[in-house]
Write a protein that binds this ligand. Structure first.
Ligand code: ZN
Length: 263
């Protein structure tokens, strides 16, 4: 649902009185006016309560629960948008935490439990993901002795669709060679080490291609697996994948929560 800006409401109330804006529509209109090209979508998501992304047409899209479009959060939300999600937003965090708890208690589905060590893995966080920088770091650490490969997002599947299977990454030998990554791996809650492992995995295919002696015929054979296991956080990343695969396939699936929460 897209909340249309309501400039008439704003000008009417602000010229007559100094009352604070108090409806999601008013807050939405003020935010839209503060950033050129911003679109605001009210979501009903129970997990990702607020997110910011760049649309293909260059617009910035703020997806947010309407419960968070309140006057008290206006300064932090404005900063959140201007700084593309970077920085700290204690009040927003607090409101999200409360909302998350309210929604969870109203949800009959049990939330899967998550090993606290997996919950502690750094995630991509809000804001645009610098795939180039992440891929470059993986290349420099593990594959700098073979030619680099451009890494980009693959075409987006419909964001809300439930998938039966998902191909996280693809390597095309070319020429020119190319690696593409599924856009669902660009979400704020994705563990960064998992995205890195997928890039590393595709680079191992590139290495097989460059060095046929590494067993190109057996794509995922023992030699490939030993190459793949050079990745430092392979065990954590694979455990994270097992825990979150249902959420990667189905955006509505509840995300696992730490089994003992330390706040
Ligand atoms: Zn593979």
């Amino acid at each position: 649902m897209i909340v249309p800006p309501a400039p008439s409401e704003i000008s009417a109330s602000s010229s007559a009185t100094l009352a604070l804006p108090d409806s999601p529509e008013q807050i939405s209109a003020i935010l839209s006016a503060s950033v050129a090209g911003l679109r605001i979508r009210c979501n009903r998501n129970r997990q990702t309560l607020v997110s910011l992304r760049s649309a293909r047409d260059g617009h910035l899209v703020l997806s947010i629960r309407p419960e968070l479009l309140i006057a008290e959060l206006l300064p932090e939300l404005t900063r959140f948008i201007h700084r593309r999600g970077h920085g700290r937003y204690p009040l927003l965090r607090q409101h999200m935490h409360h909302l998350f708890e309210t929604l969870s208690s109203a949800t009959p589905k049990p939330v899967p439990l998550l090993d606290p060590q997996l919950a502690a893995l750094p995630t991509l966080g809000p804001g645009p993901v610098n795939l180039y920088a992440i891929a470059e770091a993986v290349y420099q650490r593990y594959h700098h002795d073979v030619p680099p490969v451009p890494v980009s997002w693959s075409r987006a599947a419909a964001a809300g669709r439930r998938l039966r299977s998902i191909r996280f990454g693809t390597y095309r030998p070319g020429p020119p060679p190319r690696i593409t990554i599924h856009p669902r791996l660009g979400q704020p809650w994705i563990a960064q080490c998992f995205l890195e492992l997928v890039i590393h995995h595709e680079y191992c295919h590139h290495r097989q291609q460059c060095r046929p002696g590494l067993g190109r015929r057996m794509r995922h054979g023992p030699r490939f697996r030993s190459l793949e296991h050079r990745f430092a956080a392979v065990a954590q990343a694979q455990a994270w994948e097992r825990a979150f695969l249902p959420c990667l396939l189905d955006p509505q699936h509840p995300k696992p929560e730490p089994s003992c929460q330390a706040s």
